[in-house]
Design a protein around this ligand. Structure first.
Ligand SMILES: [Fe+2]
Ligand SMILES: [Fe+2]
Length: 263
């Protein structure tokens, strides 16, 4: 089973069309074109939040129109740059309770999409309501392999600002809940604008880069936050019969530059 993971679109208003000198809409269109060309056999595309850079109804409408042209199912969730109410005007089917959270059963596996957004804050949270919803979904899914999708990183990244000001506040409660389930195989997340892989409690995790701009890996805690020009990626999750995941990251902006023959 193949799943495509996109993250951190940071779309801006049509009239602006630039963020750090990059056109986020063009980048998304390039990613979608690449996915349609190379991965039409995927089960779905997951987009792990920060759909907008600064939310507006016009941007969510633009996103809705762009995604309507895609044949694959697309499952978006929200990040700290998003607005729940505005998103739901164009994507009402992804709501459960007061949050953008849902699950999908696909080919005997369960995919749970989590809402970590705290509006107007960089950090994320899973409040009691959201943890209870997640627990109910995990209880319903004990007979299948489970894959989670979320925006905020549920483990430390080693990057000072991301771990102190922009982290997931309820990560202890989150991991305590996950201890009760041995069938959770993998967690895909965004927010870091970097590729990172880790393992915690026997569960593998990864993030992929933003389709738009990236964040430098800087451990000096005196330096706050630096964007850079590392190439955009999307991730390809290749899941085998045992439910284990191989993650590839694809730089889609220059994918046609193949070198054939002798080297
Ligand atoms: Fe982001
Ligand atoms: Fe974010």
């Amino acid at each position: 089973m193949k799943i495509i993971h996109l993250s951190d679109l940071h779309l801006v208003e049509k009239s602006k069309n630039s963020l750090y000198g990059i056109d986020p809409r063009f980048r998304l269109e390039m990613a979608l074109k690449s996915i349609e060309k190379n991965h039409s056999d995927a089960e779905f595309i997951a987009i792990t939040g920060d759909l907008c850079d600064s939310p507006s109804l016009g941007i969510y409408e633009m996103l809705f129109n762009l995604l309507s042209e895609i044949k694959l199912p697309v499952y978006p969730i929200l990040g700290n740059h998003d607005n729940r109410e505005m998103f739901l005007k164009y994507f009402p089917n992804f709501k459960s309770g007061n949050f953008v959270q849902y699950s999908k059963k696909i080919a005997g596996s369960t995919h749970i999409f989590i809402d970590t957004l705290v509006e107007n804050a960089s950090f994320g949270n899973l409040c009691k309501d959201r943890l209870a919803w997640l627990e109910s979904k995990l209880n319903e899914s004990r007979d299948s392999f489970v894959y989670l999708y979320m925006h905020h990183h549920p483990i430390s990244s080693g990057m000072h600002e991301m771990d102190n000001d922009a982290n997931l506040k309820s990560s202890v409660e989150f991991w305590n809940l996950l201890k009760n389930y041995e069938n959770i195989k993998h967690i895909s997340f965004g927010h870091l604008h970097r590729i990172m892989h880790s393992v915690k409690q026997g569960i593998s995790l990864h993030s992929t880069r933003s389709t738009t701009f990236q964040v430098a890996y800087i451990l000096d805690d005196k330096i706050e936050y630096l964007t850079n020009e590392e190439n955009s990626t999307y991730a390809i999750l290749d899941i085998n019969h045992d439910g284990d995941v191989r993650v590839h990251h694809h730089e889609f902006l220059n994918e046609d530059r193949y070198y054939l023959g002798d080297y």
